[in-house]
Design a protein around this ligand. Structure first.
Ligand code: FAD
Ligand code: NAI
Length: 475
């Protein structure tokens, strides 16, 4: 007899493991199947985010930022260092330890919440009375039956046509997080989020970094004024970014990678690098899921087709996270996972897609929520904008990090905040206040009248709110 569950979650990334925990909290007998293995072959739940995404990339960003601070900025504080060097092997060990802590944390949470965890590949077999039969292929094979199923199988890196990832010289995010020594010349295709974060890591450690981007504009989804400020900072740091390029033949030899490309003016160019990171987006992962066996519908992008509440075309089958439409972000996957678990339990789970924050963890960090100025202009909205530079913020001066600004966009008539855009120190943390404000439909006047601690970077947010009404106090 197959084991019976109220809910089977396929995939143990942020979408899947969080959905499983929430469902178990709500009293559902829940199983979670995840196939990710660590180097020893053991389970490594947490998905892309924990293993080859958010967590390891932030660990390396932190290490490389310390290195850059030690080399370039400590002297300003009167701290002298002789013989500064980077031990890449140690840095990678630390990153792996951080990943392991997260994997183990999730296994502990499964136990604590009584989620039955299965390490292996999950696939649909067939519809059965009262649910779905799902096979688990792992060290031991099993068959489970679930009254409901959530698919949370995530995404994988998109390759350049005809150029497979070998993870030695042509790297996806996976290989990009495991480079064993600082390459002298590093190339990146795509100046999106991964391109900028990974490019920053290896540039800080001493690589000569060139990024080739197809689009003619830099960070097209980001508010233009913020993107311009970021461009200035990144190029000043030494990131070489070429926009409007067309990537041609990529030749991989033992020595390195040679990329033929055409520049924005049509000139033929060649980029010779030791390693090439390809970061041109990600594709939903439905490989071996048995979607066809049960008639689970995909959309034209290969994502699982879902409605606004994450229902698929099959009764009792849901899908969340990177494998469905919407931004490929860990917190979006988590919110969807919680909402679906609550819907299954008869509650009214809800995700507000208008207030999902974005963060790019470069230095300066870039973070935003809501609409950009160009989006407001495009829809003819009447708005007021207020900006405040970190240059005029006491805490930023004390930190020695005054790049960037906070920008608030508010409705001209009602003053409701429509978007908040930040480039600068700790933007990833500062954006939370903006998300809360927007979720509660706050006005810029609300933020302007709230007491913010002094000295703090968050005072820049208050001042940007004051700037909407042209009454900044410190600028
Ligand atoms: P995933 O995390 O991809 O998890 C899916 C899991 O399902 C995996 O463990 C996979 O092995 C498993 N699986 C797949 N198919 C099966 C199957 N048939 N049977 C069993 N198991 C299966 N997002 C942020 O919000 N912040 C960041 O800072 C950030 N940084 C990132 C950095 C990098 C380098 C990358 C690549 C991504 C980053 N992301 C970040 C995006 C984030 O990782 C994803 O949005 C998030 O992981 C999606 O969660 P998910 O649960 O949908 O899928
Ligand atoms: P991306 O979508 O952010 O950027 C891809 C870039 O590659 C785009 O600018 C695109 O124009 C460009 N591009 C596409 N095809 C190209 C080609 N043939 N030649 C040159 N340029 C090309 O995708 P990325 O960086 O791969 O990241 C994938 C996703 O992972 C992100 O969209 C994001 O959802 C998630 N992520 C989130 C992070 C965060 O929240 N901090 C960090 C890293 C990834």
């Amino acid at each position: 007899m197959p084991s019976q569950f109220d809910l089977i979650v396929i995939g143990g990334g942020p979408g899947g493991y969080i959905a499983a925990i929430r469902a178990a909290q709500l009293g559902l007998a829940t199983a979670c199947i995840d196939e990710w293995s660590n180097a020893a072959g053991g389970p490594a739940p947490g998905g892309t985010c924990t293993n080859v995404g958010c967590i390891p990339s932030k660990a390396l960003l932190q290490s490389s930022e310390h290195y850059e601070h030690a080399g370039r900025h400590f002297a300003d504080h009167g701290i002298g260092l002789d013989n500064l060097r980077i031990d890449v092997a140690r840095m990678l060990e630390r990153k792996d330890a951080v990943v392991k802590q997260n994997n183990e944390g999730i296994l502990y949470l499964f136990k604590k919440n009584k989620v039955a965890f299965f390490h292996g590949h999950g696939s649909f077999v067939r519809a059965v009375e009262g649910g779905w039969e799902v096979a688990v292929a792992g060290k031991a094979s099993e068959t489970l039956v679930g009254r409901q199923v959530i698919v949370a199988t995530g995404s994988t890196a998109r390759a350049l046509p005809g150029v497979a990832f070998d993870e030695q010289q042509v790297l996806s995010n996976d290989g990009a997080l495991r480079i064993g020594a600082v390459p002298r010349r590093l190339g990146l295709i795509g100046s999106g989020v991964i391109g900028l974060e990974m490019g920053s890591v290896w540039r800080r450690l001493g690589a000569e970094v060139t990024v080739l981007e197809a689009l003619p504009t830099f960070l097209g989804a980001v508010d233009e004024q913020i993107a311009k400020e970021a461009w200035k900072a990144f190029t000043k740091q030494g990131l070489k970014i070429e926009l409007g390029v067309k990537v041609g033949d990529v030749k991989v030899t033992k020595k390195g990678v040679s990329v033929a490309w055409t520049d924005a003016k049509g000139g033929a160019q060649t980029l010779e690098v030791d390693k090439l990171i390809v970061s041109i987006g990600r594709v939903p992962n439905t490989a071996g899921l048995g979607a066809e066996a049960v008639g689970l519908q995909l959309d034209e992008r290969g994502a699982i087709a879902v409605d606004a509440e994450c229902r698929t075309n099959l009764p009792g089958v849901w899908a969340v996270g990177d494998v469905v439409r919407g931004p490929m972000l860990a917190h979006k996957a988590e919110e969807e996972g919680v909402a679906v678990a609550e819907r299954i339990a008869g509650q009214h789970g809800h995700v507000d897609f208008n207030t999902i924050p974005w963060v790019i963890y470069t230095s300066p960090e870039i973070a935003w929520v809501g609409q950009t100025e160009q989006q407001l202009k495009a829809r003819g909205a009447a708005y007021r904008a207020g900006t405040f530079p970190f240059m005029a913020n006491g805490r930023a001066r004390a930190l020695g990090d005054t790049t960037g600004m906070v920008k608030i966009l508010a409705d001209a008539a009602t003053d409701e905040i429509l978007g908040v855009h930040i480039v600068g120190p700790m933007a990833s943390e500062l954006i939370a206040e903006a998300v809360v404000a927007m979720e509660f439909k706050a006005s810029s006047e609300d933020i302007a009248r709230i007491c913010h601690a002094h000295p703090s970077l968050s005072e820049a947010t208050k001042e940007a709110a004051l700037a909407v009404d042209r009454r900044t106090l410190n600028f």
